[in-house]
Design a protein around this ligand. Structure first.
Ligand code: ADP
Ligand code: MN
Ligand code: MN
Ligand code: MN
Length: 333
């Protein structure tokens, strides 16, 4: 029997691109082929010359439809098969290839917020819930909203074969996190994008929407980030390269901040476990730093660092490319 392939791609919206998808029926026994779409409806082409190309780059079993059906993550190409200007994966793949000998690994903590009826899930109409304090890793119907969605999403990620490494309820009510990794720059990024698509798709069935806005509620409420844990082969073997990496990230602070997600100034205020976006610092166990060295890493004298700056709405292809490039070029001196 023919199967359904869900083609998933990243559109051209600015400043934050969005996921799109459509279904192709593929004959039994055939692989999902190159396909196309109307780029004039996704801010990727003018109406007079609207065709864009979908090139499959990462294919998994479809946990939503089951059976032989597939999810097909694509990169967008121009009709001459060159990368479309909205395609940030191509540059990420190039950087990953250039520094492949360093064996970069990424573990990405994707935070997000559930919304229902136009407000964060669990928030009372026209008022505020109890202040933050009990919600992080909480338990009980007075603290937790959306766990059924989280469980269904985690199962779906596992069935799709993604390297999901954990989930937790976050500090703000209605906010959650999942982690992907460790995996290489392109692999981790492909998987974050696919896990985001699965989150939106599964929440749809619960009549809930998930959002990556970096500061969903102004004031004394935590924002949503995408802490990016990173190591190279050298960093996994000794401590000096970890310090070198922290220093190199500091020298490139402005370039990284500009590319770590729209609205980063609303989230990196210096409060709520963040360092202000205008400053760079790093430290052991310091959740108020731009970059944290976990205490076990300091104790063992090897491991990885956590870049706490990226927003939840960041593009993982951009963030992993920048970190790989900044750190690996420094390690090569
Ligand atoms: P936090 O304590 O900041 O909440 P998490 O447990 O949520 O940390 O996330 C840590 C992430 O770091 C996980 O995704 C994990 O897979 C990843 N990780 C662990 N070791 C490494 C490593 N050597 N290199 C890169 N990432 C790593
Ligand atoms: Mn975490
Ligand atoms: Mn978190
Ligand atoms: Mn973290």
């Amino acid at each position: 029997m023919p199967y359904r392939a869900e083609y998933i791609w990243i559109d051209g919206q600015k400043p934050t691109a969005k996921l799109r998808s459509k279904t192709k029926i593929v004959p039994d026994g055939e692989a999902p082929p190159i396909w196309g779409f109307d780029g004039s409806s996704t801010e990727q082409a003018p109406g007079s010359n609207s065709d864009c190309v979908l090139n499959p780059v990462f294919i998994t079993p479809d946990p939503v439809r089951g059976g032989d059906n597939k999810l097909v993550l694509c990169e967008v190409l121009n009709v001459d098969m060159t990368p479309h200007e909205s395609n940030t994966r191509a540059a990420c793949a190039e950087t990953a290839e250039r520094y492949a000998s360093h064996e970069s690994w990424f573990g990405i903590e994707q935070e997000y917020t559930f919304f229902k009826d136009g407000r964060p899930h669990g928030w009372p109409i026209g008022g505020y819930p109890a202040p933050q304090g009990g919600y992080y890793c909480g338990i009980g119907a007075d603290e937790i909203w959306g766990r059924d969605v989280v469980e269904a999403h985690t199962t779906a990620c596992l069935e799709a074969g993604l390297a999901i490494s954990g989930t937790n309820a976050e500090v703000m009510i209605g906010q959650w996190e999942f982690q992907i990794g460790p995996a290489g720059p392109v692999e981790a990024s492909d998987q974050v994008w696919l896990a985001r698509w699965l989150l939106y798709r599964i929440a749809e069935d619960f009549d809930i929407s998930a959002h990556l806005t970096p500061k969903p509620v102004a004031g004394d409420w935590n924002g949503a980030g995408a802490h990016t844990n990173f190591s190279t082969k050298e960093m996994r073997e000794s401590y000096d390269p970890i310090i070198e990496a922290c220093e190199a990230l500091g020298k490139a602070h402005d370039e990284h901040i500009d590319a770590y997600g729209a609205g980063i100034d609303t989230r990196l205020t210096g409060l709520h476990e963040t360092a202000p976006w205008t400053e760079y610092n790093y430290g052991v166990s310091d959740r108020g730093a731009s970059v944290r060295i976990p205490w076990q890493v300091a104790r063992d004298g090897k491991g990885y660092l956590e870049d706490r700056r990226p927003n939840a709405n960041m593009d993982p292809y951009v963030v992993t490319r920048l970190i790989t490039n900044t750190v690996c070029s420094a390690l090569e001196g």
